[in-house]
Ligand binder design. Structure first.
Ligand SMILES: *[C@@H]1O[C@H](CO)[C@@H](O)[C@H](O)[C@H]1NC(C)=O
Length: 255
């Protein structure tokens, strides 16, 4: 009897996490019984990714790849990105007392901050497949990523204020010339330095690598007024910048 019960409980325990973790197409209800649509479910997933409540996800949930694909190609994504950039410009105009000593600095990410990787993710299920570094790097090496237009506007605004632009990317060093060509071809020029990951950096998390770059910049006398990135790993950790701004990106998570 005890054995049977044990088996039965084991079976239920095995089943329960599967059903409560995922959108249940038959019930269309949250755990508290609120009736919702698949769009509600996926919108809430996306929002909680941006709030950094959902972390370390490997893939976009299968039931949400269509929704995420629509969002990332939508006017809403453009408006959300434009707002982030506009807030950077408000901050530059109101709260930055630049030192004007040649060491005022601003950090940008590259992928899905200056350049869009959406054309790659479009052919890889909008984040619904596990990342294949080989095919991603092959795509990057072609240097065909389009600019994110609002980021280009901010880039030029920052340059015109005499702030040094430092690009810090988790792209690997061997992609340097492809990266430079791609950036220049779509209109980015006049940055102060482009920091890419050398083999030693690949042993650390991206978050630690980026924090170490900031530490070096500060040691070199820079005042880092801001960061624009699409990942929390570009923003979090010490030392920090005076402010950080995040662009939306529900396609993937970089730790
Ligand atoms: C990544 O893609 C390449 C090329 O399509 C393939 O040969 C390789 O097996 C893939 N790697 C993984 C880990 O899926």
């Amino acid at each position: 009897m005890a054995k049977t019960l044990g088996c039965l409980l084991g079976f239920i325990c095995f089943l329960v996490p599967l059903t409560v973790a995922d959108w249940n197409i038959l019930n269309q209800k949250t755990q508290n019984g609120l009736k919702i649509s698949l769009k509600n479910y996926c919108e809430s997933w996306r929002m909680n990714v941006e709030l950094h409540n959902i972390r370390d996800f490997q893939i976009v949930p299968e039931e949400c790849t269509e929704y995420i694909g629509k969002y990332i190609r939508s006017t809403q994504y453009k408006v959300d990105s434009e707002r982030a950039v506009d807030e950077c410009i408000v901050y530059l105009g109101t709260s930055c007392s630049l030192k004007k000593d040649g060491k005022d600095g601003w950090i940008f990410d590259i992928d899905d901050t200056l350049l869009s990787a959406v054309p790659y993710y479009r052919i890889h299920s909008f984040g619904g497949e596990r990342l294949n570094v080989t095919t991603l790097e092959e795509w990057i090496s072609r240097g065909k990523a389009p600019a994110l237009e609002h980021s280009l506007r901010l880039f030029n605004e920052i340059k015109s204020r005499g702030i040094q632009i430092i690009l810090v990317s988790s792209r690997r060093e061997f992609l340097r010339s492809a990266t430079v060509h791609n950036l220049v071809n779509v209109g980015y020029h006049g940055w102060t330095s482009l920091v890419l990951r050398c083999p030693a950096d690949e042993l650390k998390s991206v978050g630690k690598y980026k924090a170490d770059v900031r530490k070096q910049l500060i040691n070199d006398g820079y005042h880092i007024w801001g960061i624009l990135g699409d990942q929390y790993s570009s923003i979090e950790g010490l030392p920090s910048s005076t402010r950080a701004f995040k662009l939306p990106n529900p396609l993937y998570y970089v730790a």
